[in-house]
Write a protein that binds this ligand. Structure first.
Ligand code: SAM
Length: 244
């Protein structure tokens, strides 16, 4: 398995550290788009984490099931109000099957990159296909690799430089498309360190994985506001349609 399990320490500070991602202005367009694609049918979130997206989507009346590798992250979700409406299965999104057929499977917040081999990323697509009804949607939100931000001769770049959060990305293995994301975060007066490898993936490679596993690209936007995706886009929201 090409994934690292998120530990208790990062699980406990996830919502505080990434508080900006929980803002209604951020979550609103995400939930609008996902609820529209679900169309009243059931949805499955791969890597549901602490329920940032699953909880407000469920509050819209969508039945949400989540698969999550880290019991610590899932534990945070299950302790929240409204969590009783969400089914959570501890497992690996590359292989774990849950009962039912879904109209929507979604994988947000760059998390396809937490799966660190091409074979395993392909397995994520295959697992999404296995859970979807024909015509159903697999939504992937993932950044566009920013190798051009690294100055020639340097190993990495600083992507966040806030008083309470420093983030450095290093490109350690460009042949294997492996980078590391290093965070130093101040939470309640203490310093939390979180480093993890990820496998960055190009839009064209995602499209090929989709094609191999029975999808076709239906839409690709630069963000949840459905801005057009273009050469300079730094992120993407891709919608893959499950072929009959
Ligand atoms: C950046 S968080 C995203 C959580 C949530 N989707 C959100 O939007 O806030 C990444 C999550 O992916 C989970 N994860 C990483 N690899 C996984 C895998 N192979 N299967 C299931 N979950 C995984 C981690 O445990 C962590 O909870």
């Amino acid at each position: 398995m090409g994934s690292i399990t998120w530990g208790r320490e990062i699980a406990e500070v996830y919502d505080t550290t990434w508080a900006a991602k929980f803002e209604p202005a951020v979550l609103g367009p995400i939930v609008d788009l996902l609820a529209g694609l679900a169309g009243g049918g059931p949805a499955l979130e791969f890597a549901v984490g602490t329920g940032r997206v699953a909880l407000p989507l469920s509050a819209r009346g969508i039945a949400v099931h989540g698969i999550e590798l880290s019991p610590h992250m899932a534990g945070q979700l299950l302790a929240k109000p409204g969590a009783d409406t969400i089914r959570v299965t501890i497992g690996d999104m590359t292989t774990t099957r849950v009962p039912g057929i879904f109209r929507l499977v979604y994988l947000v917040a760059n998390t396809i990159m937490n799966v660190t081999t091409q074979d395993d990323q392909l397995a994520v697509f295959a697992n999404a296909a296995a859970h979807l009804e024909p015509g159903g949607s697999f939504v992937v939100e993932v950044l566009v690799p920013q190798l051009r931000r690294v100055p020639p001769g340097e190993a990495g770049w600083v992507f966040t430089l806030d008083p309470d959060h420093v983030g450095i990305e290093t490109f350690d293995d460009t042949a294997g498309q492996i980078a590391w994301s290093h965070h130093w975060i101040e939470v309640d007066g203490r310093l939390v360190r979180h480093s993890a490898p990820y496998r960055y993936v190009w839009p064209s490679e995602l499209d090929l994985m989709a094609r191999i596993t029975g999808f076709r690209v239906r839409d690709r936007w630069a963000g949840w506001d459905r801005a057009p995706f273009a050469s300079g886009s730094q992120s993407q929201v891709a919608v893959f349609g499950r072929l009959p």
